[in-house]
Ligand binder design. Sequence first.
Ligand code: MCA
Ligand code: AMP
Length: 515
Amino acid sequence: MSNLYAALRAGFPADLDRCAIEALDAPGGPLYYSWRDIERGSAMIANLLQGLELPTGADGVPPRVAVQVDKSVEALMLYLGVLRAGMVYLPLNNAYQAAEVEYFVGNAEPAVVVCSPKNFGWVSRIAFKAGAEHVYTLGEERDGTLLQRASVQSGQHEPVARNADDLAAILYTSGTTGRSKGAMLSHGNLLSNAQVLKDYWDWRDGDVLIHALPIFHVHGLFVASHGALLNGSRMLWLNRFDPRAVIAQLPRATVFMGVPTLYTRMLADPGLTREACAGMRLFISGSAPLLIDTFQQWQQRSGHTILERYGMSETAMLSSNPCKPQDGERRGGTVGKPLPGVGIRVLDDHGNPCPAGEIGHIQVRGPNVFAGYWRMPEKTKEEFTADGWFKTGDVGKFEADGYLVIVGRSKDLIISGGYNVYPAEVESFINELPGVAESAVVGVPHPDFGEAVIAVVIPTPDAALDAAEIIGRLKAGIAGFKVPRQVFIAAELPRNAMGKVQKNLLRDQNRALFS
Ligand code: MCA
Ligand code: AMP
């Protein structure tokens, strides 16, 4: 096995001058990138990175490259350049603010940090404090120091040899409990998953992907980009999701991937019709539960059945509804069957396998499952069973014919518009505000985001709290998608006899808040 980039490149078409990516909403666009542009651009970045002669750590781990930039084709080239150079890619959501970035950079200790030119001041302060040696900028308009420096590098580069177990990327996620942990994904984890999906989703000649997801999470960075690159398929690339822009491209495309919010927003546009979707082959949804209502409405409006699949940052894709008719039907409300080579089991509280129809804890294993959390051996141990299965923190059941249904989560996680929000993290920010005694953050149903974050805040005895002011202060400190849509000031939190906050009561009381 070699470098993941080399394996992806093997899927590029023989004629490298063909169009690989149409960047439709890029500033000054549309811009057209050939396969040769992708190959040369990522080579130049790889040469720049390798020329820095960064030492491999005492633990044998190659240097990390942390990246918090706006979406662009150049940002994709940066990811590919890091792979080629044999370094470790650490993508960060561009909504993260200083406190969040400081934690990730402090924890991962990257040697190189790349940020947007507009954030250079505060990001470079954080980066240098954490020991980074180089901070580059990369802007949406192909501006910044990264491309300036890379532009004088050679466009030829041989990908650095890598083994399947070598680390390729670290994705921060909160696992089942506690502070954010870096899931360590290897070249082999990512390649095996991309290869399985290429076959299972029947990627074929002539496929064209609409890429409208962010590229700092598994869905947009790995599932979508790897799929198109490995198949040598053109991407219609949107830096921002806009339902109308996606619908306008449907007649030129065959494959689309989105989180459920993207589907509900497209359904709200009258332009979504059977005619617009006539040439499409496949619509894929994941990252959050797809409501059966959305699944059915999509069938009626587009004439297509959405394929829902299930995955995690720690594992990439785990299960999928069938694509080819011979693999079975696509069943709404389920996440399909375990992907080939992936093991999924459902266990009861005592560790015994649940029969079909019975709800239990979902555990997984396979070549796609990560090696562990970055520098957290104890946490890693906690989240694997003695016989080597990873505890997903999701709760579900198998139907009699092997389709998996996710019914909930044992981990305290809210998924809002496909982004994960950990209540404990938001509570800790709220609890630090003056006049706050304690708080509880929960997710409630939301028509656009699937779930929305809300908070119940208890003031200290003499404090007079204002909900709008709390929201304002949170917006200044944490990523916007984590900020509660609504804050309630209350005298106390409901607790059970053990003194534990009854979050289910708060969820039930506010279930209809946004409906
Ligand atoms: C933006 N805002 C949100 C969200 N996104 N609030 C709650 N939840 C969200 N997801 C807020 C902003 O803070 C801002 O608030 C306002 O909405 C407008 O921001 P804007 O950036 O313009 O929003 P948008 O462009 O409408 O974005 C919505 C979106 C985006 C397109 C649905 O959230 C998105 O791209 N989601 C996809 C996430 C994703 O790729 N997940 C994959 C994770 P204010 O106005 O107050 O300032 S990978 C994964 O889960 C796994 C492993 C898997 O299985 O795939
Ligand atoms: P992340 O932390 O971004 O890796 O999110 C992974 C979590 O997203 C999983 O553990 C599930 O709880 C959830 N998830 C992903 N895909 C689906 C899906 N199709 N249906 C329900 N939940 C999903």
